[in-house]
Design a protein around this ligand. Sequence first.
Ligand code: 5AD
Ligand code: FES
Length: 356
Amino acid sequence: MDILLVKETLTRDELSFLISLEGVERDYFLKSVGNKYIETLGKKVYFRGLVEFSNYCTKDCYYCGIRKSNNHSERYDIDDQAIIEAAIFAHENKYGSLVLQSGERSDTTFTSRITNLLKAIKEATNGELGITISLGEQSEEVYREWFEAGAHRYLLRIESSNKELYYKIHPEDEKHNFETRINCLKTLQKIGYQTGTGVMIGLPFQSYEQLADDLLFFKDMNIDMVGMGPFIEHTETPLYAHKDILWPLQRRFDVSLNMIAALRLLMPDINIAAATALQAIDPMGREKALRFGANVIMPNITPTLHRKDYTLYENKPCTDEGAEDCSNCLSIRVEMAGREIGYSEWGDSKHYVKRH
Ligand code: 5AD
Ligand code: FES
């Protein structure tokens, strides 16, 4: 094990071994990575205020609670003024940046609205607030328009880098094409976005080897940021039918932390987010991720009225707290995890800075 902690790079077998660790060996692995990376990357943790501004979605992913075919999802779309106010809140509370996320839409009413919104947010925050967007697959032209309007980071999870598994969790049609998704990531990088991706962990049919390949995929793609967390079955989705073959929630949680630690070894200078889904399983889930390799946390600052409707999965944490409660409790939690908050810093991925 000690050899793996200092190797230049790791193979698929070595990664699978680390990801599947249990018991005392696992504890030793997590602790060692935690200590090693505080020495190299430092203690800083960056806040991204997350605004999930709409759950209208044109896609139909088999795992997702806001998929188009879920007629039981209460749809909402927060107006621009309220989004801008949330951005101002993030700025005033010294969050380095903002993440705008919604269901996927590519009609021009939507894409131009985002362009204008990005400009308005930049203006309302004196250009000081970093803006990440997470708005799914779009054309190169739209990605460019949004980049020019002020977004500089983009999150688009690959969900699984294994094509076969990808089509077990998505319909096999033009709207859910695996190659298109990879091409979108390449286009985002070409335009100059700091590009983030990620996967779900503990999906039905998923193996440790596939998870190891996911980590190697991030490295091959030269990704700047990763957000990955446990899969949590949602009753109103097709994947719910496979609930009996899933790993127990605790195992999905444990393997998620192993994935974060293994990725930190493989890619020491990228940004890794402590995914919110971790907290749906363990109330201290995100703080644990910060101890073992994650350096970004995304407090939810969506206006409270609509939070409960952005249910990608059930039991989503903090759905009934105001943003203010959230940020107070978070700063205490981050400090308890032995980390420091990088107030007012964009917290760019060091990997991206080196690439440019
Ligand atoms: N469990 C965990 N994560 C989910 N996501 C969507 N549905 C679920 C679920 N049931 C994740 C996807 C998506 C991100 C916004 O939320 O990875 O990219
Ligand atoms: Fe694909 Fe929501 S329908 S992530």
